[in-house]
Structures are given as C-alpha cells and as structure tokens.
Design a protein. Structure first.
Length: 197
C-alpha cells in the first residue's frame, strides 16, 4: 500500500481476495495489475461491493502497456518483437518467484498466479490490458474500460517520448470523441484520468 503524504490518499494494488477486501475497506484507489478485461471487471465489482459495505467509495485504476501503431499488424509485430527480445532467464526466474507467491494465497488468486511468460515480460501484466493495436482499437478499449468502471489507466510505452506524443495526438482525441458521444446520448460523464509510467 502507498499513502501520499501530500493528500493522505491511500493506494493499493493486488489480485487476491484479501487484497480486494482490504482495498474496498481501506484505500482510496485500487489498482489491477495483470488481469484481462473480464478479470478487471470482476475486481471492480468485488472491490466496490466491499467499499459499499463499509460505506465508502474506491476509485479504480489499472496498469496497461500501450502499443499504438498505424495498423494492427504493426502493433502485434512490435509486441512479438518485445517478447522475443526479452531475457528469457530473467523472466522465467521472475515467474518462478512471483507465481509461487501468487499461488500461496488460500484461493490461489494472488498477483501473477496465472501469468504466462508473455504477460511477465512486462512485469506488471500490462500486455493483458490489451491496449495494443490501432488508435481506433485502443480508444475503443479505453472507453470500454471506462464503462466498466476504470477511472485511471497507468500507461507504459516502449519508446516513451515518441509514443506518448503519438498517443496524445492519435489515440486520446478518439477517446474524447467516444466519451463525448456517449455523454451526449445519456448525460455527462467525467473525464478519464490517464497517467503514464
């Protein structure tokens, strides 16, 4: 758990049942790391149920590695190249250590318990967020996460300087368009909080 001294805001990440319960009862922000779209939705529901039972609210964030390219093939080729160039021994060593920890929870739902080699190349499970593709595909995925209750995406990039610029000019405007269209259809929606690592 991380507590911001400036704001007294508490942050927690995790996947285990205990982490979800504690997140709902005690923190302001709960982060999902290494779950897919449905796994994140499951966590959002569970953490927020715990929060409601404690008469609280929790905001939800997730870690996502973003590979935005002009074509889906380019994006998938970039992902394949990242995985192929990974230090296999280091990733396997990390996997052995963290999967043991993840499976040590009573219900085997701890972080990294079900992660594959590819998932662990980006050690916070950011590939599983599936923010890999064209600007349109990524914008639609971000909007879908927002609909499911994600308040913040902690985005990672391969080549930060170039890719954050591409994201800001090509993806983010599409996210805004989607959200504004949805807001017009049903009433106002808050702006998503996007952060990079």
């Amino acid at each position: 758990m991380l507590i911001s001294a400036a704001t007294s805001t508490a942050f927690k990440r995790g996947n285990s049942t205990a982490a979800r319960r504690n997140g709902g009862h005690y923190v302001d922000w709960y982060f999902s790391y290494g779950k897919d779209f449905d796994g994140d939705a499951e966590q959002i529901v569970e953490v927020r149920d715990h929060a409601r039972a404690a008469d609280r609210e929790v905001r939800f964030g997730l870690n996502g590695f973003i590979i935005a390219r002009d074509s889906e093939k380019e994006a998938k080729d970039t992902l394949r190249e990242i995985v192929e160039k990974a230090n296999r021994e280091a990733v396997e060593g990390f996997r052995a250590a963290v999967q043991h920890a993840g499976n040590s929870t009573p219900d085997n739902r701890g972080m990294w318990a079900d992660s594959t080699f590819e998932d662990l190349v980006q050690y916070n499970g950011g590939f599983r967020a599936q923010l890999i593709g064209t600007p349109e595909q990524i914008a639609e995925r971000i909007a879908a996460y927002r609909k499911r209750g994600v308040d913040l995406i902690l985005g990672g990039f391969l080549h930060f300087q170039e890719e954050i610029e591409y994201f800001g000019s090509r993806v983010l405007p599409l996210v805004r368009e989607i959200e504004h269209a949805e807001a017009d259809a049903r009433g106002a929606v808050g702006e998503p909080v996007l952060a990079s690592q």
